[in-house]
Design a protein around this ligand. Structure first.
Ligand code: BG6
Ligand code: MG
Length: 997
């Protein structure tokens, strides 16, 4: 674990590392959704940046554009670094204590995921030879909003010392200012937080302040108690309190000798709200909360914290059997995501949580697409609260839509209070997809929780206003398709494009969902929705129509979905000529240079294929993943988890795990080199997504819950729980099987849960479980025709030869090898390419037709005797064992040939090659074959004589048998090679399946 010790329930550091202190401060943050305390040392040194943040508390500043245009975002918003309560300065025998200078004998910091505490223990030797143990503890309370509690103690184990400790509220810290990186730093021209009141008492004090421009005010109260324990226990230590500029410090002094200990406990409460809000007295609230926490004492707050975290882990823990390191990383990530989420329905989850100032404390789509799934399935109350935040800013989003000449609501790309703050609209406001992302998260939350009250009010209003936006934004083209122009998709390395596939697909989903949701509302809810948003039936019809006509770019040549309308026209990025240090590209190339190439910062279309899983065939996903993956830089930390999930889905398990490792250790390894500015919360959430959606193969498209699990090779097990159907679905995966169980609190009120394991539907009654084997079992054998069942490969060759000779082109047996398994049209393409020749479509059609006429004429000689040896016997064996036989030939003449061979009855299942998008080596033919047979793909064996066919079988995830004939070329990737089917029995195939993973 690099710089950190392996501990399953804690992040532990046992050495002081002033160099890496920045990222360490982020990693060791404790937060409670509302209040975040960076992990800076109590002594304030060494430190990169001391930070204390209140989620949602910000200052704004006018954006100074060099050139401005209508509708640009007006203000920066920056989450403020507020007065700091973490500081405890120590003096020993009159000398300030410094971690950097002290003679340290032992140092340990521990962020405990179960108690929610940051604990530090330092043993050091003083100049006098005395030995002291310093222990500091802090937590940001989940049970008490915006309350933090600290416990500080110093014990002498040898010698004696004069001890002074200063602690209070330090008004010194400021926000970091912008450097060269657009992703960090505030833009303030003047001090943003103006102190308005400072009061001290013997045991604490109060500071109040207001923001200069955003109209907010805050109060922070602290209560400090101190006592001395030891050989002769003394009563409460008295001390003095002093003001120092905008700060105050209480000083406690004691003469300690060996065995004695000075202890300080400090309770701190923050409150914030609108400045001048008559209804609230922030100071009174803060003082009351601090007093109450102080009276309860630090250990009572730890107990409350543990209760909250115990319940969180009961619902959210992901247990990986296999690696303590991974368990630690996953829990670390989950812990941070949990403590970052706003809980009051008025705040959300900042891109960096409350761990730093990167992205200025803004909320992006990260919350809805990356973090919300975790909360929806582990803490639905928090998912609801995050989505309620979006509802709370609906008016601002409506206003933004007006500015952008639209109806409905346009949610801001980045914001704190609901207003757009992105100063760079091509990668900001242009990302209209945020509307669909929010709608998607709401849809998912409703499907899992069945929260009717939320559906009728908040969800319905969000649905209507987002659907309106899309209906107004798009236009019907002359071809009748509904098109959306000039937007930016999730991939920020392309901007202002037409028909971004992700946007259109997600908008389509948004429109359909909104129409369904509104239709499903009870009469009364529908009426009150109508009066809230003025809805007409024609409008809903319009949404359905637009959804039905939505343009989705598709390229018939490659069979992939281009990311946008112009994508395929752009040249590829010069990856080979771009050295490592030029990444991330955004810091080294002008946006236009990036935009005009095929290069991705993060998955775009591939993300849509994950989110809208059931709308795409598996073959389509494989093609798209393979096309985009080499073009995706991963410059965005949001990239890796999606790549991991989709690599897992398409069966590229090595890649799935590699990407998982990147997302799960993003900040622990400081993969992007900027963890000091705050942690990558979406990537952290992404590790849960990778495990649950990736390795467990969970899909929740449109409320259909399914699993297609497959553990990484290094893991023996994975288990977790999901909140669905009013209970908790337990999923326990081992290498050989998966167990699903369903628990509810009150059985009588709950019905059964309908689930899918792979394609098998089943239901679980409360208290019941079901186990499925994950071992491969032979269900279907997919046969190629030419070269496997009969020797027509020779006839194909002769037909091509005659035709190509007539054209005066070169053609030989070697080139012919490349045509095997390949469709007629693609075969001609290969021949022309080998001859360096181009032809028009009509010329090609004519040649292919003539070749086929020659070929078909030659088929007349075929009889039942031309079935290759071993074929009939194997087919008979399959029949006896109830295993399906499917014909997966690229030849459109296959049915005719089967008839001549007398095999039509044996092959009831024949895939029609003209119904597929791409032929071999694309896996589509074989995947279709499995579907036809109703067999799970991993339970199929494919038999092929051509390399393209073997490649296709492997890409489909199936077991591949290569038929090489006498002296034929070796088929690379075949799990087993035979000369003829004579060598194969059903038992062989069964054993073959058992032997591969
Ligand atoms: C495959 C052959 O089975 O069918 C290929 O291996 C051939 O060589 C392909 O090109 C298409 O056949 P047809 O009969 O549709 O031209
Ligand atoms: Mg063949």
């Amino acid at each position: 674990m690099g710089a950190y010790e392996i501990d399953e329930w804690a992040l532990v550091k046992t050495s002081l590392d002033p160099e890496g202190i920045g990222s360490e401060e982020s990693l060791f943050t404790v937060a409670s959704g509302g209040l975040g305390l960076r992990g800076d040392h109590e002594e304030g040194d060494p430190s990169f940046h001391r930070g204390t943040y209140l989620n949602g508390f910000f200052e704004q500043e006018t954006i100074n554009y060099g050139e401005i245009a209508y509708g640009y975002a007006e203000n920066h918003q920056t989450m403020l670094n507020v007065p700091d309560a973490k500081l405890f300065r120590l003096e020993l025998d009159g000398h300030p204590f410094s971690l950097k200078l002290a003679r340290i004998d032992r140092y340990e910091r521990r962020l405990d995921f179960r108690s929610g505490e940051l604990v530090r223990m330092v043993t050091f030797t003083l100049a006098s030879g005395a030995v002291a143990e310093l222990e500091t503890r802090r937590l940001a309370s989940f049970a008490r909003p915006l309350v933090a509690s600290f416990r500080w103690s110093l014990r002498l184990t040898e010698g004696c010392a004069e001890v002074s400790v200063f602690t209070g509220i330090d008004g010194g810290p400021r926000n970091l200012t912008a450097a060269d990186d657009p992703r960090v730093g505030a833009k303030f021209s003047e001090r943003p937080l103006i102190p308005t009141r400072l009061e001290v008492a013997e045991d604490g004090g109060l500071v109040e302040a207001r923001t200069r421009r955003s109209g907010l005010a805050m109060a922070c109260a602290a209560r400090i108690r101190a006592w001395r324990t030891g050989v002769a226990r003394t009563e409460g230590e008295r001390g003095t309190t002093m003001k120092l500029g905008d700060s105050f410090f209480c000083v406690r002094r004691a003469s300690l000798s060996a065995g004695e200990e000075l202890v300080l406990e400090k309770a701190v409460a923050y409150r914030w709200g609108l400045a001048g809000d008559e209804g609230r007295d922030l100071a009174v609230e803060a003082v009351a909360a601090a007093d109450s926490a102080s009276e309860a004492g630090y250990s009572a707050l730890t107990a409350e914290q543990r209760r909250e975290l115990d319940s969180f882990w009961r619902d959210a823990d992901l247990f990986v059997d296999g690696s303590a390191e991974i368990r630690q990383a996953l829990r670390f990530n989950l812990f941070h995501v949990f403590q970052a989420a706003g809980r009051d329905g008025r705040t959300s989850l900042c891109a960096k949580g409350l761990t730093g100032e990167g992205y200025q404390g803004h909320y992006f789509w990260d919350t809805e697409i990356y973090a919300c799934p975790i909360f929806t399935y582990t803490r639905p109350d928090l998912a609801r609260s995050l989505l309620a935040y979006r509802h709370s800013i609906l008016d601002a989003a409506r206003e933004r839509a007006r500015v952008m000449s639209q109806r409905g609501a346009l949610f801001p790309w980045r914001t704190i209070d609901g207003r757009e703050t992105s100063a760079y609209y091509p990668a900001g406001t242009a990302q209209y997809h945020i509307d669909a992302d929010i709608a998607y998260a709401v849809q998912k939350y409703l499907a899992a929780s069945g929260d009717g009250a939320f559906a009728e009010k908040e969800a319905a209003e969000i649905a209507v206003e987002t659907a309106r936006l899309w209906a107004g934004l798009g236009r019907y083209g002359e071809d009748g398709l509904f098109r959306i122009h000039c937007v930016t998709g999730p991939d920020e390395y392309s901007a202002l494009v037409d028909d971004n596939a992700y946007t259109n697909l997600m908008a389509r989903n948004n429109l359909r969902w909104a129409a369904c949701l509104v239709d499903s509302l009870p009469q009364a809810a529908r009426e009150s929705l109508g009066s809230a948003v003025g809805l007409r039936d024609e409008e809903i019809e319009g949404w359905r129509r637009a959804a039905g006509a939505m343009a989705v770019p598709f390229d018939p040549v490659t069979g992939i979905h281009p990311q946008d309308d112009g994508f395929m026209n752009r040249p590829d990025w010069d990856f080979a000529g771009t050295p490592r240090e030029k990444y991330p590209l955004l810091l080294h190339f002008h946006p236009l240079v990036i935009y005009r190439h095929r290069v991705l910062k993060q998955p775009d279309l591939v993300l849509a294929e994950f989110l809208l899983s059931a709308e795409f065939s598996r073959a389509q996903k494989i093609r798209d993943f393979r096309f985009y993956e080499p073009r995706t830089t991963g410059d965005s930390s949001l990239s890796h988890c999606i790549q991991s999930v989709m690599a897992a889905e398409i069966g590229d398990h090595g890649k799935a795990y590699d990407y998982f490792l990147k997302t799960v250790r993003m900040d622990l390894d400081d993969v992007h080199g900027n963890a000091r500015d705050g942690l990558h919360l979406a990537a952290m959430a992404g590790s849960w997504i990778s495990a649950v959606y990736g390795f467990a193969g969970f899909r929740d498209y449109d409320g259909r819950f399914s699993f297609d699990p497959r553990l990484p090779d290094d893991w023996k097990g994975l288990s977790f729980r999901l909140a669905v159907g009013g209970g908790r679905l337990g999923v326990e995966l081992s290498r050989d099987e998966v167990r699903y169980s369903f628990e509810v609190d009150r059985k009588e009120t709950r019905g059964s849960l309908t689930l899918f394991h792979r394609d098998t539907e089943f239901s679980l009654a409360p208290g019941k479980h079901r186990v499925f084997s994950l071992k491969r079992q032979l269900r279907a054998v997919l046969f190629d025709l030419d070269g496997v069942i009969t020797d027509t490969a020779r006839l194909h060759y002769l037909a091509w030869k005659a035709e190509v000779d007539a054209l005066g082109l070169k053609f030989d047996e070697k080139l012919n090898e490349r045509l095997k398994g390949v469709s007629r049209e693609a075969s001609l393409g290969i021949i022309l390419e080998a001859n360096g020749l181009e032809m028009t479509a009509s010329e090609r059609i004519a040649i292919a037709r003539r070749k086929n006429e020659r070929y078909v004429a030659s088929l007349d000689v075929l009889t039942e005797r031309d079935v290759l040896s071993g074929v009939r016997e194997l087919l008979a064996g399959l029949r006896v064992h109830g295993v399906s036989a499917v014909l997966t030939s690229a030849s459109k003449n296959a049915p005719r040939i089967l008839e001549r061979l007398g095999l039509s009855k044996e092959f009831e299942l024949v895939v029609d090659p003209s119904s597929i998008v791409k032929g071999k080596p694309d896996p589509e033919l074989f995947l279709r074959g499995a579907e036809l047979a109703g067999a799970y793909r991993l339970d199929c064996v494919g038999i092929e004589d051509a390399q393209a066919g073997i490649d296709a079988i492997r890409a489909a995830g199936m077991a591949a048998v290569g038929v090489c004939g006498e002296g034929g070329p070796e088929l690379i990737g075949a799990h087993r090679s035979v000369k003829s089917l004579n060598e194969l029995t059903v038992e062989h195939l069964e054993r073959l399946l058992e032997s591969i993973r």
